[in-house]
Design a protein around this ligand. Structure first.
Ligand SMILES: [Zn+2]
Ligand SMILES: [Zn+2]
Length: 137
């Protein structure tokens, strides 16, 4: 099954052909910055199953506390952050699920594997029941 996504302006489009290997909510302060929201909704997609189908994303690299560089891929025209990569996440694209076509329905139906960086979760967001809670990554 193919899943499609892209940025707000439509310059960058991507697709993937595998089920996510993990679905993770991240409450870290970097995700708060790059999303402009409370936390990020991440689907880990094997690199081999992921393809950019139009446009060329910009990339921003940041060295994390772990010492690994996390590369963030975004549209240079509209600024939408679409996926990240880091050694820590293995050979996966960490897709920001809000950029999927029909993202609302897909996220609504998602069963999550973990919430990470819960130490940074805002007080009025409740932990998901039955989902692994990790203080850091
Ligand atoms: Zn765009
Ligand atoms: Zn994060």
């Amino acid at each position: 099954m193919l899943t499609y996504g892209g940025c707000l302006c439509g310059s960058i489009r991507y697709k993937y052909s595998a089920e996510p290997t993990a679905k993770v909510l991240c409450h870290c302060s970097d995700c708060r910055k790059i999303s402009g929201s409370n936390y990020s909704v991440n689907f880990l997609i094997p690199e081999a199953a992921f393809q950019v189908t139009s446009g060329t994303p910009k990339v921003f690299g940041k060295v994390a506390d772990s010492g690994d560089t996390i590369n963030s891929y975004f549209c240079g025209d509209c600024g939408s952050m679409m996926w990240r990569e880091s050694a820590n996440c293995g050979p996966n694209k960490v897709v920001k699920a809000g950029t999927l076509d029909g993202g609302g329905e897909i996220i609504s139906a998602a069963v999550f594997d973990a919430e990470v960086f819960t130490r940074s979760r805002v007080d009025w967001v409740q932990p998901l029941i039955g989902v692994s809670q990790r203080v850091s990554e």
